[in-house]
Design a protein around this ligand. Structure first.
Ligand SMILES: Cc1cc2nc3c(=O)[nH]c(=O)nc-3n(C[C@H](O)[C@H](O)[C@H](O)COP(=O)(O)OP(=O)(O)OC[C@H]3O[C@@H](n4cnc5c(N)ncnc54)[C@H](O)[C@@H]3O)c2cc1C
Length: 449
């Protein structure tokens, strides 16, 4: 009989990717009529908290069109290789099988029909258990050390051993949920590099305290956001709602643009952010439209173009233009200033809200170091890496969860296909790389279920 703290597979992290791995691995083992001891450990007292807060408490599980063009980080070809092994239909079927029906909303996002993220989490936890995996929490892993062809996992709650280990520890976003980036350090100690810089992505931006947009908190408008390099070259653009807040800007277009800004700035590029509040037409077309309406005021013009009154008036004043004075009174340079304010407003970004407000992490273990048919490390056989710990970050809209389901599924099928893994005989005590015996055993506080 194996020791109580000895497993075939130990999955570190009971988030989206770890639970998807456990479900796929357990089911594959059962399909083959084999047996394996699979454990999912998590440092958090309540695992899966990030799923609970996702999508505003509704969990945007996936998107109806997912391909590599919605992701950044590792190469598109590498990302595609994983995504195509577990598509959106597979995710829908997975959740259907777990008793969670998904509904599509306008724009293509898929949510649970109940509108409750809790249903997603509970279904995943139940699915992992019924697939035969044990859940152990809180069990924080401080180190993963190769010993005699296996791995010793150690942390404050105790230690355990496993033939294969899956790092599903997420990145650094929302560290209060347990994803504090320590998994990246563990990956480093096992020989992996971390493609960097590691920066917050899908994160709101902080504007200079004097910026007039901060006084418009609560106002949102559809816009196009441009990230411009120091030379004015367009580095990236994103379209969607922009929300003014008391600290700066948020909303989908800002969140999507944020990783590009953070990456460029971390690389030393003095880039800037510009907002086009009137993205339906070009600046030249808007100028022609202004010239065709000489009798109306700029404030009314912008309102007719779709902006709410407070934003329209604020953009006029920012351009040094009286919102109610007729257009024909505007000298050419004021007209141009108005156009610049409305279609290419450069906003003074002083920073972002950091990992504690970021939905995802940009940077991580490069896919070039991982076998994409199995998510197994090319550098450390027996180690697998899934989910946000990888150098893959998606746009807002369900893409990041789809990456978690897909990479977890790929790893799980490979792990489940391993069959019962023969254990080395001899001394079963945990020892470090230097061969120092360290004893073993789960601490009394860890709950196994
Ligand atoms: C507020 C918010 C809203 C979001 N909304 C959406 C959305 O609607 N749709 C979408 O697609 N994406 C969304 N995301 C992103 C999505 O939640 C993540 O991309 C996804 O959860 C990543 O899954 P993961 O399993 O790789 O990592 P995580 O979910 O971060 O899970 C990692 C787990 O590992 C555990 N762990 C970490 N280190 C250790 C350790 N050393 N020892 C033991 N356990 C450890 C953590 O406690 C955690 O439970 C949102 C993110 C946030 C923060």
């Amino acid at each position: 009989m194996p020791d109580a703290d000895e497993f075939d597979v130990a999955i570190v992290g009971a988030g989206a990717a770890g639970l998807a791995t456990a479900i796929a691995a357990g089911r594959e083992v059962a399909r083959r009529g084999a047996s394996q001891r699979i454990v999912v450990v998590d440092g958090a007292g309540r695992p899966g908290r990030k799923i609970l807060v996702s999508g505003g408490g509704r969990c945007n599980v996936t998107h109806d069109v997912v391909d590599e063009t919605s992701f950044h980080g590792s190469t598109p070809a590498a990302i595609r290789k994983v995504l195509r092994r577990f598509g959106v239909e597979d995710a829908i079927a997975l959740f259907h099988g777990l008793g969670v029906e998904l509904v599509r909303e306008e724009g293509g996002k898929l949510f649970p029909a109940s509108g409750r993220a809790r249903d997603v989490l509970e279904a995943l936890l139940a699915g992992a258990r019924s697939a035969g995996a044990s859940l152990l929490h809180p069990f924080r892993v401080e180190s993963v050390v190769p010993v005699d062809g296996r791995f010793a996992l150690q942390g404050p709650q105790g230690r355990l051993r496993a033939t294969r280990v899956v790092l599903a520890t997420g990145g650094r976003s929302l560290p209060g949920t347990g994803s504090d980036g320590h998994g990246l350090e563990i990956a480093r100690t096992l020989g992996h590099s971390v493609a960097g810089p590691v920066v917050p992505a899908l994160v709101p931006l902080v504007l200079d305290a004097g910026c007039f947009l901060r006084e418009l908190a609560g106002i949102s408008a559809p816009a196009r956001v441009l990230v411009l390099g120091a030379s004015g070259r367009r580095l990236a653009s994103a379209e969607g709602s922009v929300l003014c807040t008391h600290f700066g800007l948020s909303g989908p277009a800002i969140l999507d643009a944020s990783r590009h800004l953070a990456m460029a700035r971390a690389a030393g590029d003095a880039c800037s952010l510009a907002v086009d509040w009137l993205p339906r037409r070009t600046a030249a077309e808007w100028e022609a439209a202004i010239l065709a309406r000489p009798g109306i005021g700029p404030g009314r013009f912008l309102r007719e173009a779709g902006l709410v009154e407070r934003l329209a008036d604020a953009l006029c004043r920012h351009a040094g233009v009286d919102p109610s004075r007729p257009m024909h009174d505007l000298p050419r340079e004021r007209r141009r200033a108005l156009l610049a304010s409305a279609t290419a407003l450069v906003v003074p970004v002083v920073g972002d809200r950091g990992f504690s407000h970021a939905e995802v992490t940009a940077g991580g273990v490069p896919l070039a170091e991982i076998r994409l048919e199995t998510m197994e490390s090319r550098l450390r056989p027996g180690l697998h890496l899934v989910g946000e710990i990888c150098d893959v970050d998606g746009r807002i809209g369900g893409y990041n969860f789809q990456w978690a389901w897909a990479s977890g599924h790929v790893a799980g099928i490979a792990l489940g296909g391993q069959g019962a893994i023969p254990r080395a005989t001899g001394d079963r005590r945990v020892a470090d790389d230097a061969g120092h015996g360290a004893g073993h055993g789960l601490g009394p506080r860890a709950k196994i279920s």
